[in-house]
Design a protein around this ligand. Structure first.
Ligand code: SF4
Length: 399
């Protein structure tokens, strides 16, 4: 099998989802954000290859080539223009969508291969850009994609260091998302790919040659990936059926109790993630029905329909004018206005405020609350503690 970063990542997140998509060939349905991402990427590739194209021309071509429709054209165009400005700063020494396909072990003629398409390679400085159109921001070393791409560039161009970075087009941010990959960094990313590719190969042998049940070998691993998983509905139904066979009705609140063990609690956590994903999919289907028919769906006392809400945004100057108008009427504008979390971050940066205590001294009153939700466990101490506990338990068992 030829691997790519997205294939390996899918396997790392949920082996069963990987099996369904890349072994069984199940189609993944793009959501609106993915479609926009594809068109923006394609348009930027076309612009990088032919700078005479206008942004609209490039986007129309991209839509035709991708065979898709962008819902929010204006925002997609804004993102494309942001990327375009960045491309313009490079001059002509760039390659767009550089394709690579390399053996993970060059000394083994049967080695698995890894391939990828690098959005932009600046051949003058040997640096890489990967466009990001999604909401999530992360640093280069928090994922393996850029490390793997940097390794590929180091192999192709014969260099020991490669600068690589993400460009978050939605937020027009890139400066803090760069890293100069050393040989050690690149080797780590490549080793990540080798380890996962080996695991996949071993599992495929178990299924194809030893005849083991695919579901036993490629385990379902509920998590963040469930949100975008094309099989979320089926996956959830399978689990419900399995539980039913054991006399448990997963959807009966009466049968759900405070879990007695950590493993049971994890099962419940997984159940909620899959239910959320299935519920999102159901809602998307209902939305499509209402869009097509124009008819709200009445269920008992409730009606599913589109209910418009309007929020207002004021430019800084207009806000100032509004505040002056209020002040002229004898009102304190700040009784009605407040700082959002992002504004406060900016204010702290401008005033050089580091400690929260300084905010208190300035009259800030902290309001803290905690909400129960699932967040990325990547950097969470609880995950580290859990792993340490598990390792020490395993050590005790083997001692
Ligand atoms: S819904 Fe979640 S657990 Fe099920 S296959 Fe998809 S990613 Fe895996």
């Amino acid at each position: 099998m030829i691997y790519s970063h997205s294939r390996l990542k899918k396997f790392e997140q949920c082996p069963w989802s990987f099996f369904l998509v890349y072994v069984k060939g199940q189609k993944e349905k793009d959501n609106e954000m993915m479609v926009t991402g594809k068109v923006v990427h394609k348009a930027l590739e076309l612009i990088a290859k032919d700078s005479t194209l206008s942004t609209d021309e490039a986007m129309f071509k991209a839509v035709m080539e991708e065979g898709t429709v962008v819902i929010d054209w204006k925002f997609a165009k804004t993102m494309t223009n942001i990327g375009r400005k960045h491309i313009d700063t490079f001059g002509t020494a760039i390659k767009a969508e550089l394709h690579f396909q390399l053996p993970l072990d060059p000394n083994d003629s049967f080695s698995s291969e890894v391939q990828g398409y690098i959005d932009i390679v600046n051949e003058q400085f040997l640096s890489i850009i990967d466009w990001k159109t999604g909401f999530k921001e992360y640093k280069p070393l928090e994922a393996k994609q850029l490390g793997l791409y940097a390794w590929a560039v180091s192999q192709i161009y014969g260099v020991d260091t490669v600068e690589a970075g993400y460009y978050f087009l939605r937020y027009n941010k890139w400066k803090d998302y760069r890293h100069t990959y050393t040989k050690v960094d690149m080797e780590k990313a490549k080793q990540w790919a080798v380890n996962l590719a080996n695991k996949i190969e071993q599992k495929l042998v178990k299924v194809d040659i030893e005849g083991m049940a695919s579901e036993e070998v490629f385990k379902k691993t509920p998590g963040e990936a469930c949100q975008y998983c094309p099989s979320a509905g089926d996956c959830q139904m399978d689990e419900i059926e399995k539980d039913k066979a054991q006399g448990i009705d997963t959807l009966d609140p009466e049968q759900i109790n405070v879990p007695e063990t950590y493993e049971k609690a994890q099962e419940l956590g997984g159940l909620v993630l899959r239910l959320d994903a299935a519920s999102k999919k159901i809602k998307d289907c209902m939305k499509a029905f209402v869009e097509q028919t124009g008819e709200g769906i009445i269920v008992d006392e409730k009606c599913w329909d589109f209910y418009p809400t309007t929020s207002w945004n004021f430019e800084a100057e207009s806000k100032k004018n509004l505040a002056v108008m209020l002040a002229n009427r004898g009102e304190n504008p700040w009784d009605m206005l407040n700082f959002g979390a992002r504004d406060l971050t900016k204010i702290k940066k401008i005033l050089g405020i580091i400690e929260d205590d300084e905010l208190r001294k300035l009259g800030g009153i902290p309001k803290s609350r905690s909400s129960f939700k699932a967040m990325s466990a990547q950097n969470i101490t609880v995950k580290k503690k859990r792993l340490e506990k598990k390792e020490s338990e395993e050590e005790k068992m083997t001692a």
